[in-house]
Design a protein around this ligand. Structure first.
Ligand code: ZN
Length: 264
């Protein structure tokens, strides 16, 4: 990891990672720029941690649910990340899928999948919701608390996704869900929108060009029929998508991708 980070930085590139055997503080000391997923994948507090070995996610998460995000261990880790200017990518929809009792997947998401991908995804969800003693309900709440604590300490939180896992978090729809879940986590709607837009641009060093709406900036934006600053679910009511200043009909874009996720 150290060699990768040095080679990337020599080329003025940034490095982010979904870590498993390396803990967050170790990665911060090596100079990593961003960490994917949050506390869920940080194994530095796992009692069975061994160098170069990724522990079972379930075992590591089960232990993590017992940690207090306001306690010395996690607060110390957060301070260390902030001091090293390490950003964090929130991917709450990825973990929401693992929690029984959460809202059912939306029809527009299922319609975008191929029949095989849809069957795989739905049967995995049914299986997970029947798993006794799942650590995920507690971990999902803890992850939300952790992300709030990270921002409170001055950390740069980004909004991201991951189409892997059990396969139900799709680009676009999942990004909207991420913003809604940031609000559920305790951020105001405007803070959540800022995390998903301006913070990403700031991390990339592209704030002069993208990340907010201003004269002279690139016209990548969406027009919404509603007010997501008051009701965050309005973020799904997209009327027009502008990319490089050209407007697209979101319904036609969605229709053009129907049944394709899982095929290409
Ligand atoms: Zn990942």
């Amino acid at each position: 990891m150290k060699a990768t980070i040095e080679a990337a930085h020599a080329r003025k590139l940034k490095v982010t990672g979904h870590l498993c055997s390396v803990g967050f503080r170790e990665a911060a000391a090596l100079g990593i720029d961003d960490l994917e997923h949050g506390l869920v994948v940080d194994t530095e507090f796992f009692s069975g941690k061994k160098p170069d070995v990724c522990p079972s996610a379930r075992a590591a998460v089960a232990e993590e649910t017992k940690l207090d995000v306001t306690g010395a261990e996690i607060q110390g880790m957060i301070r260390d990340l902030v001091a090293h200017h390490v950003a964090l990518t929130s991917t709450l929809p990825v973990f929401e899928q693992l929690v029984p009792g959460r809202p059912a997947p939306q029809a527009r998401v299922l319609d975008s999948m191929s029949a095989d991908a849809r069957n795989d995804y739905l049967s995995t969800r049914v299986r997970l919701s029947a798993t006794p003693d799942s650590p995920w309900p507690a971990m999902f709440v803890k992850e939300m608390q952790f992300e709030r604590e990270f921002v409170k300490a001055g950390g740069l939180l980004l909004a991201g996704l991951d189409p892997t896992g059990i396969g139900g978090v799709l680009a676009g729809f999942g990004d909207q869900r991420e913003v809604e879940l940031l609000v559920e986590a305790g951020f105001t709607p405007l803070e959540a929108i800022h995390i998903a837009t301006a913070n990403g641009a700031q991390f990339l060093g592209e704030s002069e060009r993208i990340g907010s709406i201003a004269k002279g900036k690139q016209a990548d934006l969406i027009v919404i029929n509603g007010d997501p600053s008051k009701n965050i679910a309005d973020i799904e009511k997209v009327q027009i998508v502008f990319k490089d200043g050209i407007g697209y009909d979101p319904q036609k874009l969605t229709d053009s991708a129907r049944g394709l996720v899982g095929l290409r």
